[in-house]
Design a protein around this ligand. Structure first.
Ligand code: TXE
Length: 492
């Protein structure tokens, strides 16, 4: 079934006259899924106007009341989980269990943020003067632009939208064009939950036009962006010109270290999930296996045997473990990395090719791939964002940490060891926003901060209560109840 959506501006779905249209397609079958409007700069301007106009009433609504609307949205997401999960799988290609997981993460986060409506804590501290009360309160930033990628088409938009809304901001949301259908369904849920008109607006279309219009509109106060590093740099620079608050969540080159004393089967299962889940298209995907030499051969043999048994195919079929990659562009880029690996002399252990024949010919299916590489080669350093695992051999824990850290990214990291001292040393030393011990590099929980260091971002975190930092201004409040003029510093 092909669905059609207009833009959602000021509480109305509209298709502007003479609008250019685009569509999304399933990466596994090529079938058309949805038709959308390519918004113009003027359309974005109207969406920002709607968000501005809705701001005073929305920020005046007590945060617990805003939370009730979020809870209503979470309930609707729950009711629609099955249908929406299928849409995620159809439009983006991750297997159905992960499509449903995408929606579950949205539900978890929206519920969690609804609770923030009754917390949203500030500070109270003593005053240096008698009869004076000092505190901080959180206030919304204003109009927030949420610009999101295709790899988590319901979870990532909700990470931004729910956190922005609970804090009293209004939002203009631009999903990745290739997952506009999921983006539109997310917005529909909030509409059906009773969100007042203009509080959340949807503008579909290209990054170049729609994204740019959001970044340069002076009435947009904050930008929350997830995507690639190069786009992130551009977003940061453009936002900086307008002195906007810009939060960036970018890529990763996440290592899983497996030491000689690790529980090997556990490490292996974790690795398969981390490296090939969502066909490696997660910012936290395991893209490097750093193996200590004592178990190197033995572990690799088991790994290759297991990878060759992974079932790749129709992502709606629950018995499949990996679906297609998300688009032709993704396929081209990933095949390019396989080619680069061969040119640099990396040894292919399994995969390394496009899958062809039968139903494979209708989509972008790649074989799960493992290369033995050398630290410094391209696949050991650059984010591939596909089902390609680079294996590196190290002499000991110290070298494992050195290799793990010697990349431009710092999002997630993992170590498998039975030695608690070594595990904590890894927590100290791994340069990453997230470290897992005896668990894969993926598996974020919404009540904890998510984000990274180096080229992974610009210092902020999403999720957890700290997500509110991105979406609130701190106001410092002094209440002098002494009845006389008191001068800090000067009276002493
Ligand atoms: O991201 P883009 P894409 C990485 C991954 C992937 C690469 C490209 O390596 O292969 O990024 O993916 C909008 N001004 N990650 O093409 O281009 C765009 O329309 C404003 C890592 O999806 O960065 C989309 O809505 N906006 C990542 C969003 O930005 C612009 C997740 C992201 O697009 C814009 C996804 C512009 N000039 C990809 N250009 C992660 N770490 O999770 C594009 N956009």
């Amino acid at each position: 079934m092909v669905e059609e959506f207009g833009l959602f501006i000021g509480g109305h779905w509209t298709i502007p006259e003479h609008a250019h249209r685009f569509h999304t397609r399933s990466p596994s079958t090529g079938e058309e899924l949805g038709h959308f409007v390519a918004a113009t700069t003027a359309d974005v301007g109207r969406a920002v106007t709607a968000a501005r106009e809705a701001l005073p009433a929305w920020r005046a609504l007590p945060a617990p009341r805003r939370g009730e609307i979020l809870l209503a949205a979470a309930r609707i997401f729950r009711e629609r989980k099955e249908a929406l999960g299928r849409r995620v799988t159809q439009e983006m290609g991750k297997v159905i269990a992960e499509g449903l997981g995408d929606v579950q993460e949205a539900i978890d986060f929206v519920e969690y943020m609804a609770g923030e409506g009754r917390r949203m804590a500030g500070e109270t501290v003593p005053s240096e003067l008698p009869g004076k009360f000092c505190m901080t309160v959180r206030q919304p930033k204003g109009v927030v632009a949420a610009i999101t990628p295709w790899n988590f088409p319901t979870a990532i938009p909700n990470w931004k939208i729910a956190a922005a809304l609970i804090a009293g901001n209004t939002v203009v949301f631009k999903p990745a064009s290739s997952t506009s259908l999921c983006g539109a369904h997310v917005v529909k849920v909030y509409e059906d939950a009773g969100l007042p008109p203009g509080v959340l607006n949807l503008v579909t279309g290209s990054g170049g036009v729609v994204g740019d219009a959001l970044l340069t509109d002076p009435r947009v106060n904050a930008i929350s962006f997830t995507g690639g590093v190069e786009t992130g740099r551009e977003v940061y620079a453009k936002g900086a010109r307008g002195l906007k608050s810009v939060h960036l969540e970018l890529g990763g080159k996440n290592p899983q270290i497996v030491l000689n004393d690790a529980q090997q089967d556990l490490a292996l299962e974790g690795l398969l999930f981390g490296a090939f889940g969502s066909a490696g298209q997660r910012c936290t995907a395991t893209s490097r296996l750093i193996l200590e030499k004592g178990i190197y051969r033995e572990f690799l043999e088991k790994l290759v045997a297991r990878v060759e048994r992974l079932k790749v195919g129709d992502p709606l079929d629950p018995s499949m473990e990996m679906g297609p990659v998300a688009s032709e562009d993704q396929e081209r880029k990933i095949l390019g990395y396989m080619e680069a690996a061969r040119k640099e002399g990396d040894r292919l252990l399994t995969g390394g090719r496009k899958l062809t024949g039968g139903a494979y010919d209708r989509g972008y299916f790649l074989a799960p791939t493992v290369f033995e590489t050398t630290h410094g080669h391209r696949i050991s350093k650059e984010e591939i964002f596909g089902p390609v695992l680079a294996v590196l051999r190290v002499d000991d824990f110290a070298e494992a940490v050195r290799v793990a850290n010697d990349v431009d990214y710092g999002l997630s990291s993992s170590i498998y060891t039975r030695d608690v001292n070594v595990a904590y040393q890894a927590v100290d030393r791994l340069e990453a926003g997230i470290t897992y011990v005896n668990a894969p590099t993926i598996g974020a929980e919404v009540q904890l901060p998510f984000g990274g260091i180096k080229n992974t971002g610009n210092g902020g975190r999403e999720a957890g209560s700290v997500a509110l930092e991105e979406f609130t201004e701190i106001k410092t409040v002094f209440v002098d109840y002494s009845g006389r003029l008191q001068k800090a510093q000067i009276d002493r």
